[in-house]
Design a protein around this ligand. Structure first.
Ligand code: NAD
Length: 345
């Protein structure tokens, strides 16, 4: 998504290998200009070391932008573990990760991400204090998903006001791709407001449960792109907005929690041409890291978190207005804003 195939821009990149546990990990610290680098730890069975490195670089750069736009005193960083999360996870592997995080002396704060659970990170925290997002411990912030969903819901509503000219999401048709942690909470907010929902997921029990709770219509994972919804909300995978899906989407607004929704940066330009407004993913989905940031500060404050979510919505509206006024893709406007904030300090 970003121009991060090169090392340029990253402050430091750390490789770790622990023979006893088999841990192979990379921690990429993109920027500490605004504070210690913060971003979750992902475990993925990469094809090769280069693919693991590319992911670490791309994700840590993305975290710098997300944290800067959310106006958090945090920089951007990310850890990736190269391995199969279904067969290779052990407590010792995560303890080794914890020792490596500790060796960076606070330059990197970790949390869970794809393939890694809070229980895994609990083992890492036995070796380091630089782990957040657990439900116990000093200033624990717990599951970030409800706050992420709240930010997406409120951001979607503010964007819909601009794009669709509506003050409420009642009767607005929203297509939700993925109703897991974030998508599930989001569906509840939308249903409460009277939105018309079409949902999909590959997890059938979860899908049926959310449909029952919200009155949503279920479609297959492929059909979601052809739904005649006014808003398309990706809450499952990255790269779902691409040349193939663009042809099928008839929505006026894209607003969801998934990271890296645009397959490539130039898709932003194509969305402008197609008349589709896009709420940049790293702007609208920052509720979770806002929640974690409060924990990192040492004293968890619900009021502080809610204040930052208000600010997230204002920033999103500013970005969408600037994008519309200048006919510049919103993803480009958002990255420019992040870079300005990172160099202003
Ligand atoms: P999750 O795993 O709980 O939910 C994702 C859902 O997507 C699952 O129910 C899964 O079955 C479904 N899914 C997977 N492939 C699918 C497909 N092809 N079609 C339809 N559904 C599919 O994850 P989550 O925590 O809800 O996060 C959702 C997205 O938001 C992820 O991309 C995540 O990186 C991003 N995100 C999450 C948070 C957070 O606070 N949890 C914060 C920022 C960004």
């Amino acid at each position: 998504m970003f121009d991060s195939d090169a090392f340029a821009g990253h402050e430091s990149i750390h490789h770790f290998y622990d023979e006893a546990s088999g841990l192979k990990a990379i921690i990429a610290i993109h920027s500490t200009a605004l504070g210690p680098g913060a971003g979750g730890c992902r475990m993925w069975n990469y094809d090769n070391a280069q693919a693991a490195m590319r992911d670490a670089l791309r994700l840590s750069e993305g975290m710098s932008y997300k944290n800067a736009v959310a106006d958090l005193p945090l920089g951007g960083a990310k850890a990736v573990i190269w391995g199969d999360s279904k067969t290779q996870k052990t407590p010792e592997l995560f303890r080794a990760l914890g020792r490596f995080i500790e060796s960076l002396d606070g330059a990197y704060w970790s949390a869970e991400d794809v393939g890694v659970s809070p229980d895994d990170m609990r083992h890492a925290r036995e070796e380091t204090r630089y782990v957040a997002g657990l439900d116990d411990g000093v200033a624990a912030s717990g599951d970030p998903s409800p706050v992420t969903a709240l930010g997406v819901y409120r951001g979607m509503k503010a964007a819909a006001q601009r794009v669709l000219g509506v003050d409420s999401l009642a009767d607005v048709h929203v297509a939700l791709q993925g109703v897991g942690h974030v998508g599930g909470y989001l569906a509840q907010h939308l249903a409460k407001e009277g939105a018309r929902l079409t949902i999909t997921d590959i997890n059938q029990p979860v899908l049926e449960q959310v449909a029952q709770q919200t009155g949503a219509k279920i479609v297959s994972p492929d059909e979601i792109y052809d739904t005649d919804a006014q808003i398309f909300s990706p809450n499952a995978l990255g790269a779902v907005i691409n040349d193939q899906t663009l042809e099928r989407l008839s929505c006026k607004l894209i607003a969801g929690s998934a990271n890296n929704q645009l397959a490539t940066v130039d898709i932003g330009e194509k969305l402008v041409k197609q008349g589709v407004a896009y709420a940049p993913d790293f702007v609208i989905n920052a509720g979770g890291i806002i929640n974690v940031a409060s924990e990192i500060s040492g004293t968890y404050s619900h009021d502080w978190v809610m204040g930052k979510v208000d600010r997230l919505v204002e920033t999103l509206v500013t970005i969408l207005d600037e994008s519309a006024a200048q006919k510049t893709p919103s993803n480009v406007v958002a990255i420019d804003l992040a870079r300005r904030r990172m160099t202003a300090k």
